[in-house]
Ligand binder design. Structure first.
Ligand SMILES: [Zn+2]
Length: 298
């Protein structure tokens, strides 16, 4: 006879299955993920070039917008200089409209060998299907025309079908952290794409930005960089030991501040003391995964 607990579990599973059908998505893990010979851990540094756009979409007060502007005028340059000093190539996920607002910094990023990826058109994905495609098309073309290279990766919740038709090879979603190495996402139409998972504890905004994601100021206060240093360094050590994947998400208006750049420098120096750490762009890492562990679904 079925116990009440068994029955509840069965109902729960049925509910989860139907929810997954509703979202029309699934995932497929990369079994036995391994790095290229001689690599123990890959660390991806990503910069979100949100500047004032996200603030504008959310209709925030003018002082918040100015805070965002710091990222485009100052922060992006400081972060690029830091990465260049240590020979690290970063991935800059940029909204398409940044191409109009801060074209010089993006052109310079490409010149210095950093990857420029997509981060929506104006930091939102419209729900209207035609507009959603239109935003992605506009954002992709804007980066291609300015940087001379079409972006191949997107940090967004754009549909897999839209991303595929614009030639994207990978996505990085903040809502699907199902593993700590890349895996494949698929939808019910057979579209499949490599996804780089993302963990909020490795996101600077979670530690430094008060009021993030509607949390009140009282609920979140800017952390001391040395505390963030300890958290990120311990994450690095453990991921290194386990041979998993590390991604550090920086916003130029958040981490571009002088004292936070100083902390990042200390962190990079520590990371560089370890042998066999790989600092690829997302594109490099994506091409490795697609080649070495192609999707099993299509
Ligand atoms: Zn963003």
């Amino acid at each position: 006879m079925q116990s009440e607990r068994d029955l509840a579990l069965k109902n729960n599973l049925a509910e989860i299955k139907s929810a997954s059908k509703r979202f029309q998505s699934g995932y497929s893990r990369i079994e036995n993920f391994r790095y290229p010979e001689g690599v123990q851990l890959a660390v991806n540094f990503e910069i979100h070039f949100d500047a004032q756009l996200r603030r504008r979409v959310r209709n925030e007060p003018i002082m918040q917008m100015t805070r965002g502007e710091f990222g485009g005028r100052v922060g992006i340059w400081r972060l690029m200089d830091l990465f260049d000093t240590y020979g690290i190539k970063a991935t800059i996920f940029t909204p398409g409209r940044i191409c109009e607002l801060y074209p010089e910094s993006l052109k310079e990023a490409v010149k210095r060998g950093h990857e420029v990826g997509n981060h929506m058109w104006e930091h939102r994905v419209p729900t209207e299907p035609e507009l959603e495609k239109d935003h992605l098309r506009k954002a992709t073309t804007a980066v291609e025309e300015l940087c001379g290279k079409r972006p191949v990766g997107s940090r967004s919740r754009h549909k897999l079908s839209s991303l595929k038709s614009e030639g994207y090879i990978y996505v990085s979603r903040d809502d699907e952290p199902l593993d700590d190495v890349p895996y494949y996402l698929y939808d019910n139409k057979g579209n499949c794409m490599l996804n780089f998972p993302f963990h909020f504890v490795l996101d600077d905004a979670m530690h430094y930005y008060s009021g993030f994601f509607e949390s009140g100021i009282a609920g979140q206060r800017p952390s001391d960089p040395s505390k963030v240093y300890d958290i990120w360094l311990s994450a690095f050590r453990q991921l290194y030991k386990m041979g998993r994947h590390m991604t550090i998400c920086l916003h130029n208006f958040v981490s571009g501040r002088a004292f936070r750049v100083a902390m990042l420098e200390r962190l990079i120096i520590e990371m560089k003391k370890m042998p066999r750490v790989w600092f690829p762009t997302y594109e490099e890492m994506a091409r490795y995964c697609l080649d070495r562990f192609p999707p099993r679904l299509n």
